[in-house]
Write a protein that binds this ligand. Structure first.
Ligand code: CUA
Length: 182
């Protein structure tokens, strides 16, 4: 089942639930009020709301932690602790990378800037999937940390429209095995 179908299913279920609640409220309208029962159901609703709040809170905090705690956001100031550093400069319309070869298995810090306009520095694996990216901005250096798991020839593409030569603005990064060679 594709994700769109799942989302659609959840939406339809939610709409049906809301409709059922409305039908229930309409069916209860006009009945004489039982004060004790009303008070009790108000208390129950309040308890459920408090529980729902804390369950949602735990879900959001847990979800945020699980998805973000390993997020590779590099420090922008201070010393670099990566053993390999690649200086990247975007130009209209080519990439200058020093060096253009790194080893797999240990962290690489890409220090990315631009000599002219904004470019988007994006690394693609040999099978064509994007692995990481950051902005290349004139006057700024963005540090991007990445550890390559697989050796191969990676392609650099530009993800920010930068003029007539934007589409063919490509580069190549060789990732060799940790023991040397391919
Ligand atoms: Cu450089 Cu688009």
């Amino acid at each position: 089942m594709i994700l769109q179908d799942v989302v659609w299913g959840i939406a339809v279920t939610g709409i049906a639930l809301v409709a059922l609640i409305f039908v229930y409220i309409i069916s209860q309208a006009g009945k004489p009020a039982d004060e004790a029962a009303t008070r009790k159901s108000a208390q129950t609703a309040n308890t459920l709301r408090v529980w729902l709040f804390w369950i949602l809170m735990a879900g959001f905090l847990g979800g945020s932690w699980a998805t973000l705690h390993q997020f590779p956001v590099a420090r922008q100031q201070g010393p670099l602790d990566a053993a390999q550093v690649v200086e990247v400069t975007g130009h209209m319309w080519y990439w200058d990378m020093q060096p253009a070869s790194v080893k797999a298995g240990s962290a690489v810090a890409f220090r990315v800037t631009s000599a002219d306009v904004n470019h988007g520095f994006a690394l693609y694996s040999p099978d064509g999937h994007i692995v990481t990216q950051t902005q290349a901005m004139p006057g700024y250096t963005n540090t991007l940390l990445y550890t390559f798991a697989t050796p191969g020839t990676y392609t650099v593409r530009c993800l920010e429209y930068c003029g007539i030569g934007h589409a063919p603005m490509r580069g190549t990064l060789e990732v060799t095995s940790p023991t040397g060679g391919q």
